[in-house]
Design a protein around this ligand. Structure first.
Ligand code: NAD
Ligand code: ZN
Length: 379
């Protein structure tokens, strides 16, 4: 297989400073090294995790950086040792990888690959600890091994899932993070039995995908919790049957939910990233059998505090990245579910902007307007 040795110039949206609008720049993208692939990104979308690390309020700042991790693209060239994909393959890059060799990849329970698990503080490639992006020789940092806000990006081959080339990348790109995460958090981790009651904290795309999972599992009641009451109308399309806004009550939301459900919900899934919601999501599950799953990415100094009796009373607390899916092994079949019309993605896509207007996608998310905004790289 011929390997590309040429750097490739392309447009990228660079975050120069925390919280400042991204700037479209011409970036030189170095050729892929050992076990790496260079991708041409066609569509990317914005997930709240990008916004958290761009704001860098509760996270370690690392700038200048190319953010972005929810995307779809085509393999442009491959580096030494790559045999699983070839130029022209359609792929979804994923922020957490699968080396297929470590104890986690060999375990049926884990997707926390030793080599390629999410690392939000690393801004370089694993192979040589260097960046593949530069502007006039000045390196620009990577983000979670994907950096998809760029026409071309270099990723480890273990962080790409090869998918059906007939799948529309402008739709299935949302499976590369948010929708798979929420769906898997419910179906693979919370595992609500048929007829159970489920609470979902945070009704963004991740939370509504968790609600969709609860609907698929046959939950009888799905209680959506959000500080933004505008979310409820939208949430009904995803099977949410009741809505609670914590701001409208003068007692903790876990008590409100306990009263609504005669002691607590059977399962809860937290998709906000806020520590108070994480604690409420745990404390609102029924004693004896309730299971709570944390999905939101917390600030770096967050501390989870609850009385141990809440655990002794037989409640279970879990957490997950990427809904416990193994990206390379499991993502192609989730794409097939969309192709077979068993999974609807269109209802998660509420906005679309050309790449030159990427900052609008940030505005929509900061305002809580809509769910996913697709960013077209050719625009
Ligand atoms: P989003 O901004 O679209 O949605 C979050 C929702 O939570 C908003 O509607 C907001 O109003 C609501 N909210 C915020 N604080 C709240 C609180 N205290 N109580 C109730 N509701 C509250 O974000 P998203 O893209 O859906 O992502 C949701 C979370 O999931 C983020 O923290 C993101 O970083 C995280 N995430 C985790 C993984 C993973 O693998 N674990 C993957 C993707 C995203
Ligand atoms: Zn994400």
């Amino acid at each position: 297989m011929q390997q590309s040795r040429e750097p490739k110039p392309g447009n990228a949206a660079v975050a120069w400073e925390a919280g400042k609008p991204l700037v479209i720049e011409t970036v030189e993208v170095a050729p892929p090294q050992k076990m790496e692939v260079r991708l041409k990104i066609l569509y990317t979308s914005l997930c709240h995790t990008d916004v958290f690390f761009w704001e860098a309020k509760g996270q370690n700042p690392l700038f200048p950086r190319i953010l972005g991790h929810e995307a779809g693209g085509i393999v442009e060239s491959i580096g030494e040792g790559v045999t699983d994909v070839e130029p022209g393959d359609h792929v979804l890059p994923v922020f957490t990888g699968e080396c297929k060799e470590c104890v986690h990849c060999k375990s049926e329970e884990s997707n926390m690959c030793n080599l390629l698990r999410i690392n939000t503080d690393r801004g370089v490639m694993i192979h040589d600890e260097k960046s593949r992006f530069s502007i006039n020789g000045k390196p620009i940092f990577h983000f979670v091994g994907t950096s998809t806000f760029s026409e071309y990006t270099v990723v480890h081959v273990g962080c790409v899932a090869k998918i059906n080339p007939l799948a529309p990348l402008d739709k299935v790109c949302v499976l590369s993070c948010g929708i798979s995460t929420g769906l898997g958090a419910t179906l693979n981790v919370a595992k609500p039995p048929k007829g159970s009651t489920v609470a979902v904290f945070g009704l963004g795309a991740v939370g509504l995908a968790a609600a969709e999972g609860a609907r698929i599992a046959g939950a009888s009641r799905i209680i959506g919790v959000d500080l933004n009451s505008n979310r409820f109308e939208l949430a009904k399309k995803f099977g949410v049957t009741e809505f609670v806004n914590p701001k409208e009550h003068n007692k903790p939301v876990q008590e409100v939910i306990a009263e609504m459900t005669d002691g607590g919900v059977d399962r809860s899934i937290e998709c906000t990233g806020h520590i108070d919601a994480m604690i409420s999501a745990f404390e609102c599950v029924h004693d004896g059998w309730g299971v709570a799953v944390l999905v939101g990415v917390p600030t770096k100094d967050a501390v989870f505090k609850t009385h141990p009796i809440n655990l002794l009373n037989e409640r279970t607390l879990k957490g997950t990245f990427f809904g416990n899916y193994k990206p390379r092994s499991d993502l192609p079949s989730i794409v097939e579910k969309y192709m077979n019309k068993e999974l609807e993605l269109e209802k998660f896509i509420t906005h679309e902007v050309p790449f030159t207007e990427i900052n609008k996608a940030f505005d929509y998310m900061l305002k809580g307007d809509g769910l996913r905004c697709i960013i077209r790289m050719d625009g």
